[in-house]
Structure formats: C-alpha cells, structure tokens
Design a protein around this ligand. Structure first.
Ligand code: ZN
Length: 400
C-alpha cells in the first residue's frame, strides 16, 4: 500500500515506451499488439488486444493509450509512444489518468507520441465528437451484472452491440469462465444483439501492480478504442452512483476523457438513484432476471448465493419484490444467517451499496444483519488503515 505514496513522491524514472504496434491473426482471432518496455514492463512485454471474430480493428497505437497511461502511472514515470496516435485520445488519456492518479495516489504521467494525428472532430454533441457515425454502431460493455443490465434496459433502442471482456491467457482461463461466457453469448443471442468478444493479456502485466481494481477502467477504454472502426460510441455502466466520490477505475470524472476523435467512450448511470433503483429495473424484466450474473465466486454459469455480492443483490431483489424468483438464479437461499456469515469478507467497493440498501430496508432482523455487516466492514477497513482507505474516507467527508 505504501508503494502508492512512494510513487507519488519519487522523481520520474525513464519513461515507459510503447512501440512496434502491429496486427496478429490466428485461428479466427485478430489482435492489435504493441511492445511496452521500461518501468513495470522491464525489458519488454507485448500487450495484446484481441477480437475473437470478424470486423475491422484500429491497428494504430491509439487503443493502447489508456494502458500506457496506467502502466506509466504505476511505474511512477511518463509514457512515450513510438507510433501514431489520435490527438484527442492522447490529450484525453493524460487528463483521464490525472483524475485516476488523484484517486489512487499515483503519479499523473505525461504522455507523448512521435506522430499525433488530428481527427478533425468538431466540438459539440457526442456524434460530432465521435467523428461522425459512418454507419458505425453503439456498443455496451455487458457483464450481465446489475449495472450493465440496467443500462441495457434503459438504452436498448440505441445499443447495437454488446462487448464482453473475456480471458484466454494463463492463469485466467478456466472451465467456469468458458461457461460464463457461453451464458453471455446465449443471453445476447436470445435478443438478437451481436456480441463482440474481446480478450487481452494485460492482466499478466498489471494484476500485480497496480491491480485489477485500479486498472480495469483502462482496459475497458482500450477495448472500446480497439473497436472504433465498428463503433462510434461505447457505453460503460457506472458501478458507483452519480455524485458518489468513492474512487473507482470507472468513474464519471474520467471515463468520457478516454474518448478519441473517432469513438466516444461514455459513462452511463442507468438511473438517477442508487443500486436499489437499478435492481428494481432489472427485477421488472424477465430476460434480465433470466440471465443476471453478479457472482465472481462461482466458477461457472449462475450465482453462488452465498458470497457478499450475491447476498447484497438477493436482499435488494427481495426488497424490490422479486424475492420469490431468487431460486431461479442463485444456488443458495437468502437468510439472515447467511448475511451475518459474510461479515468479514465484504469488499470496500460495496460499502455505498450496503449503505443505500440499509437506508431502504424496513426495521427487522435482515436490516440488523446488514447493519452488523457494515459495522464490521468499516471497522476492518479502519484497522487496516491503508493510504487508499484514508484517502477514500477523506473524499467522502469532503463530499458531505
Ligand atoms: Zn456469489
């Protein structure tokens, strides 16, 4: 944890360099690849962004800018591209990363490139900023969680493609993951929305530092820019509610800044309100309830029903009137005892969702159980006392 503070205070080391951008093709998989070296990339690592299917990709260095930005920040240095990038994406990536660096106590990197191409984008509406549609669609990152389900139910008349991020590189590939991705494909096919399956090896480089929670927004942005020949706009569903100061890799203060002059990356709050309101939207739609997938614990399709994320979702579904349907998607029943049992393992990122749920629950044993879970989580975080947690607490008290 102290590493973040060290990074912020350290003088910039030699820059991380991104070079040798080139395509690869194998077995129906197309990739755009780039070599990164310096900083955490050491002697060199070949980053790959792949599309498992047909359709044109952006083979310039532009899609790699968000990943270069987080790699440079986590390395405590700047980023240099030996190659061609979109001017708007270069400027935006530096600004987006400055926001994220403030969230996570990283050093905000400067980014530069050997060739910067102006996209001719006009200021104004999203369509103009995206350089015109030219027959291109609007994509939505689709994990089948409450957030992306709610966004689809709100925006469905505008969404032309789903995008799923999947993992095929060691050690992330598993049978359970294959089953979950098959479920996502079936969900998309059942309503006739094409699914673009994107994979990357970026976790091999960035999982250890800065970690998935801090860099997943950059991978989503990179994937969106990779698809710019097909998509004029890509929407990313917010996990935190509008106005919530909790730092997140996907946040309303940074997401849209990752846009290029060709493709608008758009942060979406499906509803004004909390996760309870999003869950109510999902509960009212049979298709969404049929395919809802919130669980990261179960190794396969469906939801374990016992992890904190499942229990939070189940309690919320029960609150909004869908309690009789939990058995269709969750492997274990919702009980007060199960909620009490998850007290020690609730992640910090779920704190706001817990608070908004407790606000809405009626007095009774279930509300008492969640209050106890919340108290335990807060006490545990306070005891850890990491720099990041202190910063989040500070932002929260500043915002109040
Ligand atoms: Zn679960």
């Amino acid at each position: 944890m102290a590493r973040w503070l060290t990074n912020r205070n350290r003088q910039a080391a030699p820059a991380v360099v991104l070079s040798d951008v080139r395509p690869e093709y194998a077995d129906g998989v197309q990739a755009s690849t780039a070599l990164v070296s310096g900083g955490l990339a050491g002697e060199g690592f070949r980053l790959r962004l792949r599309l498992h299917g047909d359709g044109p990709l952006d083979h310039s260095a532009t899609p790699f800018l968000p990943l270069l930005a987080i790699l440079a920040a986590a390395s405590g240095t700047d980023g240099v591209v030996d190659g061609s990038v979109d001017a708007a994406a270069l400027d935006g990536a530096e600004r987006a990363m400055a926001v994220q660096a403030g969230f996570f106590d990283l050093r905000a990197p400067k980014l530069q490139a050997s060739e910067v191409v102006a996209g001719g984008a006009a200021a104004g509406s999203g369509e103009q900023a995206a350089g015109g549609r030219q027959g291109r669609g609007t994509g939505l990152f689709f994990s089948r969680g409450v957030d992306s389900m709610a966004t689809f139910l709100t925006d469905r008349s505008e969404i032309t493609h789903f995008i799923v991020i999947d993992w095929v590189d060691a050690p992330y590939l598993s049978e359970g993951l294959v089953a979950a991705t098959a479920g996502t494909r079936a969900a998309a096919e059942s309503i006739g929305v094409p699914l673009l399956r994107v994979t990357s090896n970026a976790r091999q480089l960035l999982d250890a530092n800065p970690g998935w929670l801090i860099f997943h927004g950059q991978l989503l942005a990179a994937s969106a820019l990779l698809l710019s020949p097909q998509l004029a706009e890509v929407r990313i569903s917010s996990t935190v509610s509008a106005g919530d100061p909790t730092p997140n890799s996907v946040h309303e203060l940074s997401t849209d800044l990752w846009s290029s002059s060709r493709t608008a990356v758009v942060h979406r709050h499906a509803v004004t309100g909390t996760r309870v309101d999003k869950t109510a939207l999902v509960a009212g739609d049979d298709w969404a309830m049929r395919w809802l997938n919130v669980c990261f614990t179960k190794n396969g399709e469906g939801n374990c029903g016992a992890c904190p994320k499942c229990l939070l979702t189940m309690t919320t579904l029960d609150l909004v009137g869908a309690g009789d349907r939990l058995g269709e998607r969750f492997d274990a029943p919702l009980t007060v005892e199960a909620v009490r049992a998850c007290a020690e393992t609730v992640p910090r990122t779920a704190l706001e969702n817990q608070r908004s749920l407790i606000d809405r629950l009626d007095d009774g044993p279930m509300r008492d159980a969640w209050r106890q879970v919340l108290a335990n989580t807060e006490a545990g975080l306070a005891a850890k006392g990491s720099a990041l947690e202190r910063r989040i607490a500070q932002r929260r008290s500043d915002g109040e």
